[in-house]
Design a protein. Structure first.
Length: 263
């Protein structure tokens, strides 16, 4: 068969590739996020600020009750990263661009006064079979349990040509039968409680559960709503919490890499 490729079309393609430059992010663990992004907050110690802080206003300003005072702390599992606290009390709270904000234990999502060091996932916190079995290949089924399509959108983006989570052997699959675990997004509505359970049951053992986004972790602004049924979380152990509203692809990728022990 004779290929009809002219030199002009080859040069045209090369010119496009040259202008597009490198599409993928070479190192998704160290790249800096451009533009506005709120990641891990840093809270100054109250006695180092040199100005009085109205702690009652500080708590009241938060739409999800993520901030508590005495000592001041922010629960990333409830925070929607609106930035109001930083806007009102810039000398006390500063959101960094650190996207490595995942945790295996729910309590580790609480950032306290003077806690400046990065968040870490210690190997001993992770179930042994996760790193042993899924380190080189992890297939995930995403369940939008009443989600608003924001975190779902970002999870899709984690597989695009820029973030390319597939390079680590991590992929989203269509069927729970082909999956090693589920990623839950959304606050888990009553309508989605049973489908979520059915989907989880269909995943073969051993399997993992990841909560992606503030809505999934704490229900976010939907806390206390009659439309929710979060009993699934009372009956199952969560392996990874990834805060964000929505979750940034770099937060998702770095969280999963830490969980499975990939460098
Ligand atoms: S950024 Fe988070 S902690 Fe601060 S006010 Fe908004 S929701 Fe509350």
């Amino acid at each position: 068969m004779k290929l009809n490729i002219s030199a002009a079309s080859v040069f045209s393609d090369l010119r496009i590739l040259y202008h597009q430059g490198k599409q993928y992010i070479p190192d998704v663990t160290t790249v800096e996020v451009p533009g506005i992004f709120r990641g891990r907050p840093v809270i100054s110690k109250l006695d180092t600020i040199g100005e009085p802080i109205d702690l009652r206003t500080l708590e009241e300003i938060c739409p999800t009750g993520a901030i508590k005072s005495n000592p001041v702390r922010i629960d990333l599992g409830r925070c929607v990263f609106c930035g109001e606290c930083q806007h009102k009390f810039p000398s006390l709270i500063n959101f960094t661009k650190d996207y490595k904000i995942s945790a295996v234990r729910r309590d580790d999502l609480v950032i306290g006064e003077g806690q400046h060091q990065p968040m870490v996932i210690k190997p001993e916190q992770v179930r042994k079979e996760i790193r042993k079995i899924f380190k080189r290949s992890l297939k995930l089924r995403q369940v939008s349990a009443g989600g608003d399509n924001s975190t779902e959108w970002e999870l899709n983006a984690s597989g695009n040509v820029n973030f390319d989570i597939g390079r680590f052997g991590i992929d989203f699959v269509a069927s729970p039968r082909h999956a090693n675990g589920i990623v839950i997004t959304g606050p888990i509505t009553k309508n989605m409680a049973e489908p979520l359970q059915i989907c989880y049951d269909a995943v073969p053992h051993p399997k993992i559960i990841i909560l992606a986004g503030t809505d999934a972790i704490s229900a976010g602004i939907h806390q206390g709503s009659d439309a929710l049924d979060r009993s699934f979380l009372d009956n199952h152990t969560v392996d990874l919490y990834i805060p964000g509203n929505p979750v940034h692809p770099l937060a998702f990728i770095n969280g999963v890499l830490k969980l499975i022990g990939r460098k």
